[in-house]
Design a protein around this ligand. Sequence first.
Ligand code: KG4
Ligand code: ZN
Length: 344
Amino acid sequence: MLSLVLGIESSCDETAAAVIKDGKTVLSNMVASQIEIHKEFGGVVPELASRKHVETIIPVIEDALAKAKVELTAIEGIAVTNGPGLIGSLMVGISTAKAISYALGIPFIGVDHLEAHISAAHLEYEMTFPFIGLVVSGGHTSLYLVNGYTDFKLLGKTRDDAAGEAFDKAAKFLGLSYPGGVEIDRISKEGNSSAITFPRPFITSSSFDFSFSGIKTALVYYLKKNPNFNEENLKDICASYQEAIVETLVEKTVNAALSSGVKSVVIAGGVACNSRLRELGKKRFEEEGISLFIPSPKYCTDNAAMIGALGFFKLNEGAYSELSLNPYSTSRPKYIRGRGFITN
Ligand code: KG4
Ligand code: ZN
């Protein structure tokens, strides 16, 4: 049984490293954010992201070891995100993990970023299986039935935009800064969420897939008709738009929990920081008699503690990756009517 795992995450615009003990205790959790670099472009620029990861990855790992008061030679296994994400960014984390693994003669394992987001729950809660896991991040909105620490069954995902993308793109249209989800959350607090009716796609559908591009288009049309909105209008637009996304996420997750008969649900990923999602989720799941677990914000946004946690359970099942491990980008499989998801 190995105990000390180094987690490495570099799938998008955060370079992160963490030292995890026994899959549940976080000895350190370091994140170097690139937000300031990408802000002026209104989104992540892949080439800039990979270059920054190259500069930052070693110092971040050194910081994580120092904070944990653990020597590199005491690390027993390494977990690294190998997808989905930006290929150049992922390559930096993967190459580093391979190099350390080879140098120390210890195993390493590539883990899925979305499954890791859900595994963040184990860092703070004692989960009982099975449970429903919803990952809501900048690039993904996916529902899973989680049967064990390493057993994830995908129930549905977005057919177009992710929830975080819908927030970030709306913020761009509204002239707000990046990342937009945080800004919309802040501004919405003073707005009226029933001022404007935005669509709630698939909310009553029996499918567990999502679609957020319609909400975004509805906002674009609304802004075309009402181009001269003032500060007060902006609050109502943000609150109404946020409510449509949040209600869709919560109701579809409630449906998934009820139809699977599970008694607990995890909501994770950057969008799980959203204050309205946390509030409405708490209320709705309480009404249904289902326990809702949402990790602390530092474990919801991209971090390496969640990677270390999932890696710990995989490594202890005897799983490991070969030095030939490659990254995969597939973030948003195409949906073709009659054929389902085409992943590559
Ligand atoms: O999980 P994450 O850190 O990175 C990805 O894997 O994508 O998620 C980032 C996303 C961004 O779209 C950001 O706007 C969104 O999470 N986000 C929020 C909030 N905080 C971060 N969205 C809504 N409300 C928030 N408070
Ligand atoms: Zn993420």
